[in-house]
Design a protein around this ligand. Structure first.
Ligand code: HEC
Length: 156
């Protein structure tokens, strides 16, 4: 028998075996659905109760976090002149997390003040107060400060 014939015969055997194997699986009856046992019912009830407790705990934790966010102290911001003004003006709508995670240039902070007014209805920030706040932000949350995001590695 030539090598080719051996290969062809082998191939046919493999295909046949696979076919028979598959056919056998397809033909199997579906497992019977038994009614739940008392133990199973008790287990399910316990699981649902545990889930409800966990969901309640989650909601409570969220509520506590929301309260904590609202009761932030000024000292979460970097200590420098202008902190009180910034904290007072900037925490009416969101906490300081948005500020603390940012690392913008003075120009970008300045633009952001207008964006906050145009896009989100912030009372326009003008005059000396604007200078104070933008100076503070650029000085403490500028690209040279390595914030949680790492800042700009090319400016350090
Ligand atoms: C009138 C409400 C309001 C006030 C006041 C306000 N902001 Fe915002 N600010 C927003 C809203 C709304 C967003 C968008 C929040 C979001 O995308 O989840 C935002 C977003 C930001 C962001 C994220 C911008 C970005 O692209 O990553 C920064 C930083 C920020 N504010 C800083 C400030 C500073 C600094 C002040 C004070 C000068 C201030 N905000 C005052 C409403 C306000």
């Amino acid at each position: 028998m030539s090598l080719t014939k051996v290969f062809v015969a082998g191939f046919i055997v493999v295909v046949a075996v696979l076919f028979i194997h598959r056919a056998g699986q397809d033909g199997r009856p579906a497992p019977a659905a038994y009614p739940p046992t008392p133990a199973r019912i008790a287990f399910e009830a316990e699981r649902q109760a545990a889930e409800a407790t966990a969901a309640l705990a989650r909601r409570q934790a969220e509520a506590a976090a929301a309260v904590a966010a609202r009761t932030e102290e000024e000292t979460v911001l970097a200590d420098a002149p202008g902190r009180a003004e910034t904290f007072g003006y900037c925490t009416a709508c969101h906490n300081t997390a948005l500020i603390r995670r940012s690392a913008f240039t003075r120009d970008r902070w300045d633009e952001l003040m207008d964006w906050m007014t145009e896009k989100h209805g912030m009372t326009p920030l003008e005059g000396p107060l604007r200078e104070t706040i933008v100076d503070y932000l650029a000085g403490q949350y500028g690209p040279r400060q390595r914030g949680p995001r790492g800042g700009n590695p090319f400016l350090n």
